[in-house]
Write a protein that binds this ligand. Structure first.
Ligand code: FAD
Length: 375
């Protein structure tokens, strides 16, 4: 069947849904994409910052990568400091391939770049449109959509993609469980704008006994601090005078993934299918990866392989983020002492730093077979 003749609905216009729409549109499909919000996430409330090399590889064909590289900050180093003393440094530019391991760009910017490219294919998200139910024969699912004026549309599609985030209505409608665990402690974040430019090219993790504060670049004059300590703001050593505290939030971390990423012709991608801690900056990147794989499989008529091909990647990333989170959040004094002795030694081992860099780059999941030479 010609691409344009398969009707596709994407629920959710976050990074996952927008990527799915763009990857389908550039292959000749005309997906509909709906979102219950009024537009993309506000620039100052961006959750994801890290864009990894895998994502840059995947988004090169749609030219979103060029646009990201123009706006993003390249992160050249990952530094770990324990109680004020340098513990380890990882050079994040030393990875094979075209792109360095990770760049920083606020999620709101990434969403706007995806939206801009999608507009070239005349596919526009239908905002303030809520997917309420998915029912019927899941080989040809029936969906109800509540429109901005309150009216309800009922429509049948060949394919439905649930990219509707952690509380996914699509996942719930399919009766797919979301097993896993929540960490007991909360995480806190705050973004600060400075009165002058700061060095945006490194990410630093300060470890205390116990607790941590991570420092991440957002823009040339904006930094994000993320911490396990409720009073972390009083411990921040600002690199320049603060112009403005832009945003602050707190959240709990869950590690969960679905038992299956598809039922019939209904597919789950991104946070709808898996959530985990921000350690390693994987969530948005993994959702973008899901979306690219699904669009490719649909174009090949092989969407039935989606769950089998994606689930190992999801499990790999959840395991890696769980290990990193444990390393950064340990509370036992003996374990903390051992960590502080072991980390400098381990980081110097080429095999360990290579493995870490593969994870940060996103190269530890299967490489996309449709891209020549992809790592
Ligand atoms: C503090 C923090 C830092 C993070 N840092 C990083 C990072 O550096 N790198 C990284 O890769 N990831 C990071 N993440 C994770 C990342 O933010 C998420 O994984 C990513 O936003 C998931 O994108 P998504 O499109 O799957 O879901 P979402 O961004 O949640 O988008 C889902 C969309 O679906 C819409 N929607 C919901 N329900 C419906 C419905 N019923 N009908 C229609 N529309 C609906 C919503 O309005 C929303 O627009 C971080 C997360 C947090 C909390």
């Amino acid at each position: 069947m010609a691409p344009g003749h398969r009707s596709i609905l994407i629920a959710g216009a976050g990074t996952t849904g927008l990527t799915a729409a763009l990857e389908l549109a550039r292959r000749g499909f005309r997906p509909r994409i709906v979102d219950n919000d009024t537009g993309t996430v506000p620039l100052v409330e961006s959750r994801a910052l890290g864009v990894n090399a895998r994502t840059l590889t995947l988004l090169a064909a749609s030219r979103v990568t060029d646009a990201i590289l123009q706006e993003a900050q390249q992160i050249a180093q990952f530094r770990m400091v324990a109680n004020g003393k340098p513990l380890a440094v990882l050079d994040t530019t030393k990875v094979p391939g075209r792109y360095s391991a990770i760049h920083a760009l606020a999620q709101g910017h990434t969403e706007r770049l995806l939206l801009g490219k999608l507009d070239d294919y005349e596919v526009d998200p239908e905002w303030q449109t809520v997917l309420e139910t998915v029912s019927g024969d899941l080989q040809k699912p029936v969906v109800t959509l509540r429109k901005p004026d309150g009216s309800v549309e009922t429509a049948q599609f060949d394919i439905v993609i649930g990219a509707d985030g952690a509380h996914s209505a699509v996942r719930k409608a399919l009766g797919i469980g979301f097993p896993g665990e929540a960490l007991e402690s909360s995480f806190y974040l705050a973004d600060f704008r400075y009165k002058r430019e700061i060095d945006p090219h490194f990410f630093e993790m300060q470890l205390f006994d116990p607790g941590m504060i991570g420092r991440l670049p957002v823009e040339r004059d904006v930094l994000r601090y993320i911490s396990t300590l409720p009073d972390f703001e009083s411990r921040i050593e600002h690199p320049a005078p603060v112009a403005e505290r832009l945003w602050a939030s707190n959240f709990r971390i869950h590690f969960r993934h679905v038992e299956t990423m598809s039922k019939g012709n209904v597919f789950l991608a991104g946070d709808a299918a898996h959530i985990h801690s921000p350690a390693g900056a994987r969530g948005m990147n993994l959702g973008i990866e899901d979306a690219c794989w699904l669009a490719w499989l649909i174009s090949e008529g092989r969407e039935g392989d989606y769950n089998r091909l994606r689930m190992p990647a999801v499990k790999t990333v959840l395991k890696q983020t769980r290990q990193l989170t444990t390393l950064f959040t340990m509370r036992n004094p003996l374990a903390i002492s051992i960590r502080n002795i072991a980390v400098p030694v381990l980081f110097r081992l080429p095999a360990v730093s290579r493995k870490l860099l593969r994870g940060v780059s996103g190269y530890d999941t299967p490489s996309p077979p449709w891209i020549d030479g992809a790592l």
